[in-house]
Ligand binder design. Structure first.
Ligand code: WT7
Length: 634
């Protein structure tokens, strides 16, 4: 079995082999990596109990595969290409040799502080090279990294640190984002008031802003690095040892710590990076996602480095210092692959096309989209104006839980179709379920998207809550992994993901559970209860609409002030990304007799569709619907 698929016949035969003889298929793929000890058994699994073991008893270290293995042939090749927020600050080309040295040194620093295999390390850093180095250093010594996106608030950081009892937090004085700077150390200080497990922080310098350093607790990274040795023997990891935890929102207020393990994650991300991006040795790959999200973990970092690629890390935002920034970066570094989110595409498509046309984009070969459904208009704009009609677009569907891309075209192999993620990659067996929880046969159908067979990078559990893992993903359709997405399979068997069918709303490509935001709103002293739903938004894909019941005595005179306060409250509890676009103060919420909020009614109201609410006779309080409609906010 070839590692790279480059023809349609190869795709079909690989796919067939992966379904008919999955163990043999993945075993051959796994042989392309370096293992310290081979596995004894390729796969053991139980879909009912949600237990998965891939490459059992195999021993490895992912950093040997992502770094050491390349040093001989690619030591002087750029591994990380860092493009700073400020276009006048020089870009950094960090070679594989330099990356190796930096990772080894930091590994020794962490060990010196007492971090051991299995300890959890929270990484709260801006998009600077130290973020990539920190992640890899953890992997080298077998510590479990838990990267928290640097846009999260102190209480969100605290909740994540507490959940997995992190021993240390790696952060920086601050970070830049467009014309703003964020005081990360201060946010960490606030978070740590409630985090007894943390024994130290390790502080990198980015902004140079003054920070308070607590003696013996806050450690200066540069001082320790100066004395660190540059060789650190990689920890011998079992294939099923956890590599990292990454939190994602869920249908309760508590974030879900998705656990990914070492062997299967490595095999799958390296394989899919190579094939989905048809990566070639001289390519310059740019994934615009932050390493704080799974896309950054799997494709900016691990997948790219496993293939010995040059991967771009961009610290800034698409609109700073102007709307030409993305295109300028592509021109400047002769980027061959751009992998970004539909929300970024839509926000740039609404600006003058001159921003695009004043740059040379001829280096581009392949474009990628991820994080939410891409609408037809955005797809065509991307294809025409960025790809100039010659770059295949890979619309890649996957999730934090899946670890890697599951449904996607393979460029120059799969014929693309706007808004379609198209076909499953080898090893991926999608199924659509009907309302009777039965798999739907045939084509030209819609249903709830499930997977009927494990792939190597499936999340293994939710940190210390296997029951919740089972309940969330494996109980709706026993024997299947349920994705939470709805999908359509067209006449030719192509998949189109239509969106979430649960209480998660994707806003600007960010996966937001409505429950944690509702919890934050409800903590405001004037609020009695709230319900959130998504509604379509031109740029963000979806935006949030909150229906809020105020307490009896809450003064409603200054509604604007209250709206501001509620959004402020959300910013503090979760982060600015979770703010509401619309808020309506209501007298009640439509509830069933069992007390469940009927969100489908609220969704219709939020969309501005009052025509047909369906059967509302089961509501405890049908009158409330009319009240809400008449008071709808514009
Ligand atoms: C949800 C997962 C893994 C990428 C980053 C998001 C939606 C993701 C697509 C796509 C339509 C998509 C789904 C999925 N989604 N990619 N190409 N087309 N929808 O990871 O935060 O775990 O969110 O993002 O709804 O379930 P995530």
């Amino acid at each position: 079995m070839d590692f790279t698929i480059s023809t349609q016949e190869a795709y079909l035969s690989n796919y067939r082999a992966s379904v008919e003889q999955p163990e043999q298929f993945w075993e051959e793929i796994a042989h392309h990596y370096s293992w310290m000890k081979p596995w004894e058994n390729v796969l053991d699994f139980d879909m009912k109990d949600a237990r998965f073991t891939w490459f059992q008893h195999g021993k490895l270290n992912i950093t040997v595969n992502a770094i050491d293995r390349h040093l001989e042939a690619r030591g002087k090749k750029t591994a990380l290409l860092f493009e700073p927020n400020d276009p006048n600050e020089e870009a950094q080309h960090i070679t594989y040799n330099e990356l190796s040295e930096r990772v080894n040194k930091l590994s020794n620093v962490l060990k010196g502080i007492g971090i051991q295999k299995g300890d959890r390390v929270c990484i709260y850093l801006p998009m600077i090279p130290e973020l990539a180095v920190s992640v890899l250093a953890c992997a080298r010594i077998g510590a479990i990294h838990s990267v928290v996106f640097a846009g999260f608030s102190s209480s969100a950081v605290a909740a994540r640190i507490q959940d997995s009892a992190c021993k240390i937090v790696i952060t920086s004085d601050g970070g830049y984002r467009g014309n703003k700077s964020i005081e990360l150390k201060k946010i960490v200080d606030e978070a740590l008031v409630n985090c007894p497990s943390v024994q130290n922080t390790l502080i990198f310098k980015r902004t140079g802003d003054p920070i308070e350093m607590k003696d013996g607790f806050d450690l200066d990274a540069s001082t320790l690095l100066k004395e660190a040795k540059d060789i650190c023997t990689p920890e011998i990891m079992d294939s099923e040892d956890p590599l990292f935890i990454l939190y994602t929102s869920g249908s309760t207020g508590k974030p879900k710590g998705m656990v990914h393990t070492t062997g299967g994650y490595m095999v799958y991300t390296g394989y899919t990076f190579k094939n989905v991006f048809q990566y070639q040795e001289e390519d310059i790959f740019w994934c615009t996602a932050d390493i704080g999200w799974i896309t950054g973990h799997s494709y900016l970092l691990y997948g790219a480095l496993l293939n010995g690629a040059t991967t771009v890390m961009f610290e800034g935002i698409p609109s700073y210092p102007d709307f030409g920034r993305f295109w300028k970066v592509i021109d400047k570094h002769k980027i061959t692959h751009l992998y970004t989110a539909p929300t970024a595409i839509r926000s740039l498509a609404k600006e003058s096309i001159d921003w695009v046309n004043s740059h040379d984009l001829s280096s581009l070969k392949i474009l990628g989209s991820v994080g939410e459904p891409i609408n037809e208009e955005a797809w065509h704009w991307y294809d025409t104006h960025i790809g100039k009609g010659k770059c295949p677009i890979v619309d890649t569907w996957w999730q934090t839980e899946t670890g890697g891309i599951l449904i996607s075209p393979i460029p120059n192999v799969t014929v693309t179709k706007p808004t379609y993620a198209t076909l499953p990659l080898p090893g991926v067996q999608p199924v659509l379920m009907n309302e009777q929880s039965q798999p739907i046969e045939g084509n030209g159908v819609t249903g709830n998207l499930c997977l009927q067979f494990p792939w190597p990078s499936i999340a293994r559990t939710i940190w210390e809550d296997h029951q919740r893992y089972k309940d969330t993903y494996f109980s709706t359709y026993p024997g299947y992994y349920f994705t939470g997405d709805g999908a359509l399979r067209d006449e030719t068997g192509y998949y189109r993901i239509t969106g979430r069918v649960d209480d998660i709303v994707i806003v600007s490509g960010h996966n937001l559970g409505t429950a944690p935001i509702e919890d934050a709103i409800n903590e405001h002293p004037a609020v009695a209860e709230s319900a959130l739903v998504g509604f379509p938004h031109d740029i963000k894909g979806n935006a949030l609409y909150g229906f809020i019941i105020l307490k009896d005595n809450a003064i409603q005179e200054n509604e604007d002030q209250l709206r501001k306060e509620i959004n402020q409250h959300i910013s503090e509890h979760i982060g600015p990304i979770a703010k509401l676009d619309k808020m309506q103060f209501v007298s009640g919420l439509p509830k069933t007799r069992s007390g469940k909020i009927m969100r489908r009614i609220l969704r219709k109201i939020a969309e501005g569709d009052f025509s047909n609410f369906g059967d509302i006779s089961t509501l405890l309080n049908p009158d409330v619907v009319e009240d809400i409609v008449s008071g709808k906010c514009s």
